[in-house]
Design a protein around this ligand. Structure first.
Ligand code: TPP
Ligand code: MG
Length: 320
């Protein structure tokens, strides 16, 4: 396992907690109708975005999907601009016109969330092509779900990325479901990373709830991408704690299944490890949470104060 210092471990825990608290706050705001649209919560998957973004460089590119708040936060996006966007306000990342599924910030390499399942992978191929030919020191990370694994765009993207030898880490976040369809039902493979063989690339399958494992394997994958000049498929197994989106009664799975997976909550696991090895104590965890809550309150205040974009804004940023 990689050796990670005390300060870094604490920072990782804080990022995971920040993602979770942000999502919990957004959940409350949806019930007050301050956030509209179909929000897809990242709760339960925090170790993946946090661990992977920890391993990449500031200049690298990241493609996200419809469940993208965690990717943005792990990459260092500004909470207030995210919150304003979710609230449909002028000071949001897309001037309030994109919402939850179109968050992006090219200044930190976040090249866009995407409402089209699997739609990020072909864009990642374009970015990978740019990296290979013009921006040689960069790589691309593309996050997508187990449902996206069965789209045509997945096949086209991995095939072309392999043929063109592009520096892309394809990250499948297998949270066990695509809306209500379980991965066991949709995909006749216990190990999804085996798909990699058909593109002549390396595929690997890990516990996505163990942040240290995520970091360890991501570092190996990046080394392989740079050395072999090939993309890699990394499958991270995890579970989404909440429904697919805000309106989901979750009748397709049992309470017992949810309870069992919640025992493997990535934040609880990492926090208890850090407490046990005395990297952190309860008082410091409390202070950390206070800090996070303060930042989130500030972001909510910023969003509420920001004006709505106004009708004229409908005619801006249109390219014909
Ligand atoms: C091309 C396309 N087909 C269908 C949908 C409707 N849809 C939205 S999310 C989703 C499931 C995606 O599942 P997965 O890729 O596993 O991601 P997760 O939601 O689990 O993070 C579907 C089918 C869509 N948005 N785009
Ligand atoms: Mg899924």
């Amino acid at each position: 396992m990689v050796n990670i210092g005390k300060k870094e471990k604490i920072k990782l825990l804080k990022t995971m907690k920040k993602i979770r608290s942000f999502e919990e706050a957004v959940f409350k705001l949806t019930s007050q109708s301050l956030v509209q649209g179909s929000v897809h919560f990242y709760i339960g998957q925090e170790a993946i975005a946090t661990g992977i973004c920890h391993c990449i460089d500031k200049k690298d590119y990241v493609m996200s999907n419809h469940r993208g708040h965690g990717h943005m936060i792990a990459r260092g996006a500004r909470l207030e601009k995210m919150m304003a966007e979710l609230m449909g306000r002028k000071d949001g990342y897309c001037k309030g016109k994109g919402g939850t599924m179109h968050l992006l910030d090219p200044s930190i390499g976040m090249m866009g969330a995407n409402g089209i399942v699997g739609g990020g992978n072909p864009i990642a191929v374009g970015l990978g092509y740019a990296c290979k030919n013009f921006e040689k020191e960069r790589i691309v990370v593309s996050f997508f779900g187990d449902g996206a694994l069965n789209t045509g765009a997945f096949h086209e993207s991995l095939n072309l990325a392999s043929v063109w030898e592009l520096p892309i880490l394809f990250v499948c976040e297998n949270n066990q479901y695509a809306i209500s369809t379980s991965v066991d039902y949709s995909t006749p493979l216990a190990d999804l990373s085996k798909r990699a063989a058909s593109y002549g690339i390396v595929g690997t399958n890990i516990d996505g709830n163990n942040i240290l494992k995520v970091i360890d394997e991501t570092k190996n994958c990046i080394k392989a991408i740079k050395k072999d000049k090939r993309p890699v498929l990394l499958v991270c197994n995890t579970y989404r704690h909440m429904g697919h989106s805000i309106h989901d009664p979750r009748t397709y799975r049992t309470k017992e299944e949810e309870k069992n997976w919640k025992k493997k909550d990535p934040i609880l696991l990492f926090e208890s490890k850090l407490l046990k090895e005395k990297t952190i104590d309860q008082a410091a965890i409390k202070d950390m949470q206070k800090d996070i809550d303060r930042d989130i309150e500030k972001a909510i205040g910023f969003g509420k104060k920001s004006p709505k974009p106004g009708k004229q804004e409908l005619f801006n940023d249109i390219y014909a």
